[in-house]
Write a protein that binds this ligand. Structure first.
Ligand code: T1G
Length: 643
């Protein structure tokens, strides 16, 4: 039964059971409305507890229904029926009460939660605003500042923070249901949230600042501004008027392009490992070795330590080892300071360092993150082949190089795989899982499980130069160079990309990452004869001048205390290269920039798909959104090209 009723004394326990996350589907809504009618009519019932079976309280409306015609009863009506009930309802919250789930709980007359529960209104992340009273009931339970950050920021809060803020009435010690029944039995007359007065802002100035910061950071995502407006209405208007406006906004946004794009990405991210190879029985992994303590190696080691693994960091000498270990400790310390690592000592206790590969004799998995050079990486793998257990998995973090060639140095290449992390590795969600020809399926399954254990989004990729993401990025970066030859300027291209929704443009991004990395890769590809067609030397000439970007104070832009400035030097080099290539140059229209950039992206993406490097267009969208800042509310290049 999706919704069932049981009795504990004179308390009815209404239980929702709709796996996997008890989404408030049509069946759940109809079942709840029925439960209100039955408990209201039952003289042996004095109060009701609303609980959920399985791993979580209601995690929101059923997002899969949003592309279907709406079916009654609608959630606001169900919540109003519960709120209007003559007998008190207590929500018993475990797991995550999100969106419509928290709105349901706020329609109840009291809320009790498990200590590990989390609560939030993440509708903005789906291009929406709460549509069942969240923007009207929340400001009647908590201060306006918190209501604003929860609704316009979309981030859930802990049970402890919810209790402190007044969102819930108690945290259950021991059995949640037992405590909820006890609370319901003594609750007395229902206290209706909508009848409460708005709490308002403790500091109006802080509220206004928070609202303007959120609007500024929204860039092009419409739902964030709409959420701020809805909260302000919830604070200002009478409840009924605010509810009506909220619902109208929700329905308008639900069928918007941005909301459809955000739904697409939501489900695409959850389908990247829906591959039979990733479903095999994984090998057990508790002990991980990391070779190289540079930015990537230290980030990978930190990510693994923060998720419960035992990590041994290897470097070629004591000095580099100390530097690498300090990077790791620095990352752990700052995460602990931000409250992200309650058990810092336990984490540090799982961290070891060595210069001798023999320290990896008992590792389950080793991730190599040394300098991006084929010979150096092959040497590392030869050493690992000699010291590790035959069942240990050997992974390379290369971001471009041929993983088949690296695997080939092993006596058993089937245990090699590519794990391409993104910087900073302890923060970035994306993990490209690169599959060499000989890799065994349980190694793929182990990598898939690792990506989940690290709370990353693992995407399977075949082997080619740059895999999915870097290959597509190389293509639109090359197109950006062609735009310069055709008359555009770096700041013009970057401005168009920012207007489209990217946080920064392709030239600003290169200056941030450093131009020398791509320069080394271009030189390698030129030597391998992999670069065809007219070769544009602008970036090479900048590198030959030592203009490697922010880190050298100059790259595509000049950097000073005043920030990034367009560079006359760069513009003159561009003019010279135009002449060298016989290009006319001349004015380039702003509106012509993005069609060229997106065109290059989708053309390369189509090739990546046709070659079977990526399993699906959806996977490509997930890579570009999570690894290359493609605006999430556009859904990714393939989804955007669909429209
Ligand atoms: N609707 C439909 N399916 C959902 C779903 C939802 N709301 N949430 C999760 N799933 C599916 C998901 O696709 C996956 O399916 C499985 O559940 C496990 O999810 C009126 C309008 C709850 C924190 O935004 O954040 O309410 O792949 O892999 O990592 O105002 O899912 O197994 O087939 O993510 O443990 C607001 C969205 C909706 C929450 C669990 N709610 N969900 O994370 O598992 S809008 C949300 C999540 C709304 C009202 C409005 C997470 C999770 P499959 P998972 P997880």
């Amino acid at each position: 039964m999706t919704v069932s009723i049981a009795k504990q004394g004179r308390v009815a326990v209404v239980t929702i059971d709709n796996p996997p996350v008890n989404a408030s589907s049509q069946a759940v809504r109809a079942g709840l409305l029925q439960a209100v009618a039955e408990t209201e009519a039952d003289p042996s019932v004095d109060a009701v507890v609303l609980a959920c079976a399985g791993r979580t309280f209601v995690a929101g409306a059923d997002v899969r229904e949003f592309d279907l015609p709406p079916v009654e009863p609608h959630l606001p009506d169900v919540i109003s029926a519960i709120e209007a009930a003559s007998k008190p309802w207590v929500a018993a919250i475990h797991g995550t009460a999100l969106g419509g789930g928290l709105e349901l709980a706020m329609g109840c007359h009291a809320r009790i939660a498990d200590a590990t529960a989390r609560m939030g209104l993440p509708e903005v992340t789906l291009g929406l605003v709460p549509g069942a009273g969240g923007t009207v009931r929340l400001p009647r339970l908590v201060e306006a500042e918190l209501a604003l950050t929860m609704i316009a920021g979309g981030k859930p809060i802990s049970a402890e923070a919810a209790l402190e803020a007044g969102l819930i009435d108690a945290i259950a010690t021991g059995d949640l249901l037992e405590k909820a029944v006890a609370l319901a039995a003594k609750l007395g007359a229902p206290r209706r949230t909508l009848e409460k007065t708005v709490i308002g802002a403790a500091n109006a100035e802080a509220f206004a600042k928070s609202a303007s910061d959120l609007r500024r950071k929204a860039r092009g995502q419409v739902s964030i501004g709409a959420a701020i407006d809805a909260v302000e209405r919830g604070l200002r208007l009478p409840a009924d008027a605010a509810l009506a406006e909220e619902r109208a906004t929700f329905l308008a946004l639900k069928s918007s392009d941005q909301a459809r794009a955000l739904r697409h990405i939501f489900f695409a991210e959850r389908a990247t490992l829906a591959d039979p190879r990733a479903k095999q029985t994984p090998r057990p992994v508790t002990r991980i070795g990391v070779i190289g303590g540079g930015t990537m190696g230290a980030g990978i080691a930190s990510a693994c330590l923060m998720r419960g693994f035992h990590v041994t960091l290897i470097e070629r000498d004591e000095t580099s080892l100390e530097a690498g270990a300090n990077r790791v400790r620095g990352t752990l310390d700052s995460s602990a300071k931000r409250g992200l690592l309650p058990d810092l000592d336990a984490v540090v206790a799982r961290f070891e360092t060595a210069t001798d590969y023999a320290a990896l004799a008992n590792a389950d998995l080793v991730i190599e993150a040394v300098f991006e050079d084929m010979d150096v990486k092959k040497q590392v793998f030869v050493q690992l082949d000699a010291v590790t257990r035959p069942d240990a998995i050997l992974a390379t973090n290369t971001s471009y190089l041929d993983v088949n060639a690296i695997a080939a140095v092993l006596s058993d290449p089937s245990r090699a795989i590519g794990l391409h992390f993104f910087s900073p590795a302890h923060i970035m969600k994306l993990l490209e899982i690169v599959l060499p020809d000989a890799v065994s399926e349980d190694v793929i399954a182990t990598a898939a499980k690792l990506s989940k254990s690290l709370a990353k989004i693992g995407v399977l990729s075949g082997v080619c130069d740059g895999f999915i993401g870097n290959r597509i990025m190389s293509a639109y970066r090359a197109e950006a160079d062609r735009l310069l030859i055709d008359g555009a300027t770096p700041s013009q291209v970057d401005a168009a990309m920012r207007d489209y929704g990217f946080p920064i443009g392709v030239f600003e991004m290169q200056d941030m990452a450093g131009l020398d990395i791509a320069w080394a890769m271009r030189k390698r590809r030129l030597a391998e004869g992999k670069i065809t067609g007219a070769y544009i030397r602008i970036a090479d000439r900048l590198c030959e001048m030592g203009r490697f970007g922010r880190k050298t104070g100059a790259g595509w832009y000049d950097y000073s205390d005043a920030g990034a400035q367009p560079s006359k030097v760069v513009l003159s080099i561009i003019a010279e290269e135009r002449q060298a290539l016989g290009a006319a140059g001349g004015d380039f229209a702003d509106a012509d920039v993005m069609p060229r950039i997106l065109g290059a992206m989708t053309r390369e993406a189509e090739a990546v798909l046709a070659e079977g490097i990526a399993r699906s267009a959806d996977d490509i969208d997930v890579v570009m959104v999570n690894g290359y800042s493609f605006p999430r509310w556009k859904g990714g290049p393939m989804f955007a090209a669909r429209d």
